[in-house]
Design a protein around this ligand. Structure first.
Ligand code: BES
Ligand code: ZN
Ligand code: ZN
Length: 514
């Protein structure tokens, strides 16, 4: 779906049906504080009278002080700590931008069914306006494509967001918010689409269609026979069991000038049954989500192209459906990854690393300045970090940079190690490496990362003859890609689009620094 339209101006929205959203919090003395445009100063009494909840996630309807407007809603911003700053859930003072983004998301989610929302917070900076707009656009997402149009209890999402502020906003900053929210919506649309409709070929076709009108964007698609010719044994091996053949898609965005080259590699398993190492019925549920990494890579490159960022960006979408059948790869089969390294498949359910191995080798052949892979790779990611923190591994100090960018986007990424002592666990008796250590349950997310590291190529030889590994980061989003519980902030149940906004901002930051 598309994101709501928006306007930003110092004036109230003209439409009398617009619902005005303000913020409420409690100060260190437990007194109610109104966070609203000056016009709403008198609302404090109203909010006190109805005992408007100041807790985050809460929304209280208030009667509007002017009779011409029908509705006013107060969204909770939490409480201030002793130093009077608003705090996040752990009591640590949080950037107001993150609080406002979440609060705006709560409002636009909870006020679905209303057409127009006007956000009239007490904005202190341009960043706060942008965060509020972003939260409102993100929270308005809904996926109703497969529902009967006549069903009444499905509320249609907010259509227009008006931000009321006298701050002068830069057009390009607003445009960036629109593109980021559209990119998140694209990932959610692709992930929500069931595997009966989104399979490697249709995913590749959609990628090509989405890129068709983008300037400086070139798409290459490998079908099964081209994958075989070019030695992509990982993608072929995983896709073999399915009636729907695998694909590799390369999307290349190369404007002039562009000094830095970043490559994204996305895991695109359009459905993961586990293959012959079959998952349980319960474990298989939700496995249409297993292509989130590829969807993320595609959405990021599209946004970067639409924002005309001066950077060379390449996305590699590794697409296959992991099915059991008489043609499927068996445990103990040996696959030859592009470039020649062989992998003994001991568990066909550890398929993500097999398709990514091909993708990492292909990306490495171009010697980019940085490779970032994104994958719903391991259940162990949830065991280690829960469902709201992304596991981030790799070989480069850029990791801390991405963590910082994540914080400013309200996304939590955590640097995990790749301990060298785990590598021998993957020694195979017959091949160069095995895809799992059978029976091992310790550090599953890290072992997967250690496996991937073997497929990251070297930089070209330096003048002194040395050559090191290409800088590389691995994002395990298995725990975070899907919100399996209830809604919070701007996140509804279902796909979250996690890391999309962080990656767009990270790429943007790299446009300046090489
Ligand atoms: N797609 C799964 C990982 C996953 C699990 C994503 C749960 C989202 C939710 C992946 O292909 C997988 O099955 N991994 C195995 C690896 C194991 C066999 C070493 C896992 O995590 O159990
Ligand atoms: Zn699997
Ligand atoms: Zn998988």
């Amino acid at each position: 779906m598309s994101v709501p339209s928006f306007t930003v101006s110092p004036d109230a929205h003209r439409d009398a049906d617009a619902v005005v959203v303000i913020g409420v919090s409690r100060d260190a003395d437990d007194q109610l504080v109104i966070h609203a445009h000056d016009d709403f100063a008198t609302v404090k009494k109203l909010a006190e009278d109805v005992e408007a909840s100041t807790s985050k996630e809460s929304l209280t309807r208030l009667p509007h002080p002017e009779t011409t407007k029908p509705a006013l809603a107060a969204v909770g911003l939490g409480s201030a700590t002793a130093d009077t700053k608003l705090a996040d859930d752990s009591g640590v003072s949080a950037p107001r931008t993150n609080l406002l983004r979440d609060a705006a998301g709560v409002a636009s989610r909870r006020l679905a069914g209303k057409q127009i929302l006007e956000f009239a917070f007490d904005f202190e900076s341009e960043d706060e306006v942008l965060a509020t707009l972003e939260g409102a656009l993100l929270g308005a997402y809904a996926f109703n494509k497969y529902r009967q149009a006549t069903i009444k209890d499905v509320k249609s999402p907010v259509e227009h967001v008006h931000i009321r502020t006298s701050l002068v906003m830069s057009e390009s900053a607003l445009e960036r918010v629109r593109e980021k929210a559209s990119a998140v919506a694209l990932v959610k649309d692709l992930v929500n689409t069931p595997a009966q409709d989104l399979y490697p070929e249709s995913f590749a076709d959609q990628a090509a269609a989405l890129c068709a009108n983008e300037k400086d964007v070139h798409v290459t698609i490998w079908d099964e026979s081209q994958l075989a010719t070019d030695g992509f044994g990982g993608i072929l091996g995983v896709g073999k069991g399915s009636e729907k053949g695998p694909r590799l898609v390369k999307v290349d965005y190369r404007p002039q000038p562009a000094s830095t080259h970043i490559s994204l590699v996305g895991k695109g398993i359009t459905f993961d049954t586990g293959g012959l190492s079959l998952k349980s019925g319960a474990g298989m549920m939700g496995m249409k989500y297993d292509m989130t990494g590829a969807a993320t890579a595609l959405a990021v490159i599209l946004a970067v192209s639409r924002l005309r960022m001066p950077i060379h960006l390449t996305a590699w979408l590794c697409l296959a459906e992991n099915m059991p059948s008489g043609r499927a790869t068996r445990p103990n089969d040996i696959l030859r990854i592009r470039g020649g390294k062989t992998v003994e498949v001991l568990n066909t359910d550890a398929e993500g690393r097999l398709v990514l191995a091909d993708g990492l080798v292909a990306a490495s052949e171009e010697h980019p300045d940085l490779i970032i892979d994104i994958a719903t790779l391991t259940g162990a990611a949830t065991t280690a970090l829960g469902t709201r923190t992304v596991g981030l591994m790799g070989n480069t100090s850029e990791i801390s940079h991405l963590v910082e960018v994540g914080q400013s986007c309200g996304e939590s990424l955590w640097h995990m190690p790749l301990p060298a002592e785990l590598r021998p666990l993957l020694n195979s008796e017959v091949a160069d490496i095995a895809n799992v250590k059978p029976g091992n349950t310790a550090g599953g997310m890290l072992i997967a990362g250690v496996f991937l590291r073997d497929f990251v190529g070297k930089t070209p030889k330096a003048e002194d003859g040395s050559n090191s590994q290409i800088p590389w980061m691995h994002l395990d989003i298995a725990g975070t890609a899907n919100n399996g519980s209830s809604a919070y902030g701007f996140t509804s149940p279902g796909p979250t689009g996690v890391t999309v906004r962080s990656l767009i901002d990270y790429v943007s930051a790299r446009c300046i620094a090489k």
